[in-house]
Design a protein around this ligand. Structure first.
Ligand code: ATP
Length: 299
């Protein structure tokens, strides 16, 4: 039997480490097993196991934890089309009917390719960020627009229609799983739900390693920087906040030579441009985690 998409799946010599995702091995493996592994096999084989490809996944958890990063990197790994990323609030349009139209258009390229190539079509990943935004209005009476309702309905009808398409995967994301309409979470829709939480210390160490790798490889990370120590000090930081911390530390290194009021042509001393432990300590005063701090202070 013809191997569906197999020829385009997996970049040769693929390694998880190369994806630049820290501390999410379990989550990544779960998404892969639930939503992608079956796509390597021909449809006849998948049917033999009495299943269908999963059409939708919901990734939920605090902002900046790597949800979008994972979705994009899985797409790259499988040589899928560049994912289409849409944002809930953007889809909502004040013009009646436009939001529904926007939803319909999202699926257009996949539908077209499937018509032409059938199971030889490449995978189309549609990432729906801030999915909760379109659910917010559903069921609330007399809000004047009813927009949320019809947008969710349009999305539901599109997802249900994906039965006829083997080349689409919808990945919804939210920080508020409780806001997501139950109808969207039923089997056959966004049926796989995976929590992506804040990284633990081991995860933070991996993320610190990833985000300092460039400075380190360029010889610009001072030896007194201890990533293990920083992993301990960044409790409750998300991946995005750790990335922000590294940027802040670099800015302190730059600032050693160019301060407000200095003439712009100071000759920088490159030795002194290295990012040091002190820079990270200054950065820790500047970049604070958005989540979990309140709980911490109560203790
Ligand atoms: P949002 O809910 O705000 O959309 P998200 O969970 O989708 O957040 P991303 O957009 O994936 O977050 O993360 C933003 C950036 O933060 C990434 O591009 C990356 O630089 C960094 N980052 C976040 N999590 C990780 C991680 N686990 N490993 C490495 N980098 C990370």
């Amino acid at each position: 039997p013809k191997s569906r998409m197999a020829k385009s799946l997996f970049k040769p010599n693929f390694k998880f480490e190369d994806l630049g995702i820290g501390g999410l091995d379990d989550e990544f493996n779960r998404i892969f097993r639930r939503a992608f592994a079956s796509r390597i096999y021909p449809p006849s084989m998948v049917e033999k196991l009495g299943v269908q490809h999963v059409k939708g996944v919901l990734l939920y958890g605090p902002p900046g934890t790597g949800k979008t990063l994972m979705a994009r990197q899985i797409g790259k790994m499988l040589q899928a089309h560049e994912p289409i990323v849409v944002n809930g609030p953007e889809i909502l349009n004040k013009y009646v009917g436009e939001s529904e139209n926007n939803i319909r258009k999202l699926f257009g390229p996949a539908e077209k390719e499937y018509k032409e190539k059938g199971d030889d079509s490449q995978l189309h990943i549609i990432i729906f960020d801030e999915l909760d935004a379109i659910c917010r209005q559903r069921g609330t009476k007399n809000d004047g627009t009813g927009t949320g309702d019809s947008v969710v309905n349009q999305l539901l009808s599109k997802i249900d229609g994906v039965d006829q398409l083997n080349n689409v995967l919808l990945i919804g994301m939210t920080n508020r799983k409780d806001m997501i309409d139950d109808a969207l979470l039923r089997p056959g829709r966004l049926e796989v739900q995976i929590e992506v939480g804040l990284p633990d210390e081991a995860g933070r160490l991996q993320i610190l390693n990833i985000h300092t790798s460039k400075i380190r490889n360029n010889g610009m990370l001072e030896n007194d920087v201890d990533l293990l120590e920083l992993a301990e000090l960044t409790k409750n930081f998300s991946g995005a906040e750790i990335a922000g911390l590294v940027k802040s530390a670099s800015s302190f290194a730059f600032n050693r030579h160019v301060k407000v009021g200095d003439s712009a042509n100071v000759a920088p001393d490159f030795e002194d441009m290295r990012v040091k432990r002190d820079d990270f300590m200054n950065a820790l005063n500047e970049v604070k985690p958005a989540f979990g701090v309140a709980d911490e202070e109560l203790v």
